[in-house]
Design a protein around this ligand. Structure first.
Ligand code: G4P
Length: 538
């Protein structure tokens, strides 16, 4: 098969949700439909147990398992499907954001009882920034949830995206009867436990169908037709271009646990979701169908085997064909590298692959050469952009507890932050190391790993900051003035960009007002992201 056809048949996406909305259950049902797994429960083992909110040892244990489910690849109806897993735990949100840089679309799961939640909002913000196409699955219709009109309006208001219902629910909770498919004009009856479609499909063009009346009831039917008419007036009709540009989200109602509404979701997804795009580099835009290979690293998984200190770098292929044992160019290090055992992730097993195409994610064994954001190419000097760091919410100073192990500590902190576990900022004078994260859990993990992998001991001193803003200015003199004047609240990230730490939104506003020539950014790649958005919208 040629490159173009390989690209066309690929779909690379992530399933995202606020924890507990049903992401794991939905993933598992998609894998069952696709035949990638035979029994339920295979994905669940990847999930960090809810009781383990601060138990990092549990997370350590899970790391081994999660590498095999980081990417789930399956073949279905001639399509090659790559599902990228994202950590459910909110403390690992940064990892999720980075994974979203490697997908072409997402399915967002929303709990019908809870509606839009904190993580739903944050994840959608990232999707909006990258103009990622979104499909929404409203889950748990077997529970007494919110009214569908209220839910859809909430999605539009809070997630700032237009919605287009593809199915419409008939009741909810104990009175949930099924869904009406607006496109096919058919009703699928809900029968908990049943999974075959044919048993439950009814053609509704015949409104007098006694089966309909029997299963749904006359009053429910009247209500359904009224609601459908109203929904038609209130919500956008589907438009593929608007979906592909990230403005319009098709919505499905169902129950992941009962495997209800999922085949329709999957079928529509395969029909409308975009095939792999290339990417933006600092030098030029790369198209997926270009013959020359290129790709970028979006995730590093360290210490697969603690005895060997090896790591796996996850690389998304952006253009051309990747081949095993071929020399590739590592553009940051200006170095050639060959990979003899690149891994793919078919059916939950790690296999060595011979080749990979755009949209594929491959695992590269690495001894420390690869960092998040690194680009590999056939030879051209390219640097993929759009893999930003986002503002951390917790900032702490690293306190060295064993001066004899200072070198080990420095190396450990450098490597762990290269992995993307947390962000590192250096403050002067004194070379003070400040670690920034979105969750407390990372500090436990860092401390534990520094001790066990590097033999270094440290503590963390809490700092009163809640936000970090990357600073730029067209007027370098003004920027330097600000850095001098506010030295106690300014540090530098790994690429030496100045970052301002704010104690509150209020202090941030005051400081912004005091330095009108300086721009404050919420992420490290503000300029690139803005271009990406403009670009994708063309
Ligand atoms: P997550 O990955 O988004 O965190 O969610 P997950 O799939 O683990 O689902 C969270 C809980 O919601 C699980 O129950 C799961 O069984 C349940 N759930 C998922 N889909 C549905 C649905 O359609 N209807 C209902 N009623 N429940 C659903 P749990 O008891 O917390 O975990 P478990 O013991 O089932 O693993």
């Amino acid at each position: 098969m040629d490159l173009k056809n390989e690209i066309k048949r690929r779909r690379t996406f992530a399933i995202i949700s606020h924890p507990d909305a049903g992401k794991t259950t939905l993933t598992e049902k998609l894998l069952l439909i696709g035949g990638a797994i035979q029994v339920a429960g295979a994905v669940r083992s990847n999930k960090i147990r809810k009781t383990a909110t601060s138990d990092f040892l549990e997370i350590e244990k899970q790391r081994g398992i999660s590498v095999s489910t980081s990417v789930m690849t399956l073949d279905y109806n001639g399509k090659r499907i790559n599902i990228l897993d994202t950590p459910g735990h909110k403390d690992f949100a940064e990892d999720t954001y980075r994974t979203l840089t490697a997908v072409d679309s997402v399915i967002l799961v929303v709990d019908s009882v809870k509606g839009v939640e904190e993580q739903t909002r944050k994840l959608m913000e990232v999707c909006r920034m990258r103009a990622t196409p979104v499909m929404i699955f409203i889950n748990k219709m077997d529970r007494e949830g919110k009214d569908p009109f209220d839910l859809l309006e909430e999605l539009e208001m809070e997630l700032k995206i237009a919605v287009s219902p593809f199915t419409w629910p008939i009741g909810n909770g104990v009175s949930f009867k099924g869904v009406y498919n607006l496109e096919k004009e058919s009703i699928q009856l809900y029968a908990p436990g049943k999974t075959t479609l044919s048993e439950m499909l009814l053609n509704t063009r015949d409104i007098e169908d006694p089966l309909l009346k029997e299963h749904i009831g006359e009053a429910n039917l009247v209500k359904l037709w009224e609601e459908i008419d109203l929904a038609d007036d209130l919500f956008e009709s589907f438009n593929k271009t608007l979906y592909r540009e990230g403005y319009l989200a098709p919505v499905f109602f169902g129950s992941a646990l009962n495997n209800f509404g999922i085949p329709e979701l999957f079928e529509t997804f395969l029909n409308i979701a975009p095939h792999p795009h290339g990417g933006k580099t600092a030098e030029r835009i790369v198209l997926s169908e270009e013959n020359a290979f290129s790709g970028f690293v979006f995730k590093i998984h360290a210490n697969l085997d603690p005895n060997h200190r090896n790591r796996m770098a996850f690389l998304r292929v952006c253009s051309g064909k990747f081949e095993r044992n071929k020399m590739y160019y590592h553009t940051r290090l200006n170095k050639r590298m060959r990979f003899s055992s690149p891994a793919s992730f078919m059916a939950n097993d790690k296999n060595t692959i011979e080749e990979a195409f755009p949209g594929d994610v491959i695992g590269l064994y690495d001894t420390g050469n690869l960092k998040i954001g690194d680009t590999l190419t056939d030879g051209e000097s390219l640097h993929f952009t759009g893999i930003p760091s986002f503002s951390p919410e917790i900032l702490k100073e690293v306190v060295n507890k064993d001066p004899l192990k200072t070198k080990q500590l420095e190396k450990g902190v450098m490597q762990l932050t290269d992995e993307g576990l947390a962000q590192l900022f250096i403050q002067q004078p004194g070379n003070i190391r400040i670690i920034g994260t979105v969750g407390e859990l990372q500090f436990d993990v860092i401390k534990f790993r520094l001790e066990h992998e590097y033999g270094a001991k440290c503590d963390f001193r809490a700092l009163p900051f809640v936000k970090a803003c990357w600073l730029t200015s067209a007027n370098q003199q003004k920027l330097i003035e600000m850095i001098d004047r506010r030295a106690a609240t300014i540090a530098f990230d790994k690429s030496n960009t100045p970052v301002y730490f704010a104690e509150s939104d209020w202090t941030l506003k005051i400081v912004k007002d005091a330095h009108p020539e300086v721009q404050f950014h919420n992420s490290s790649e503000h300029h690139v992201r803005e271009e990406i958005i403009n670009d994708d919208q063309e």
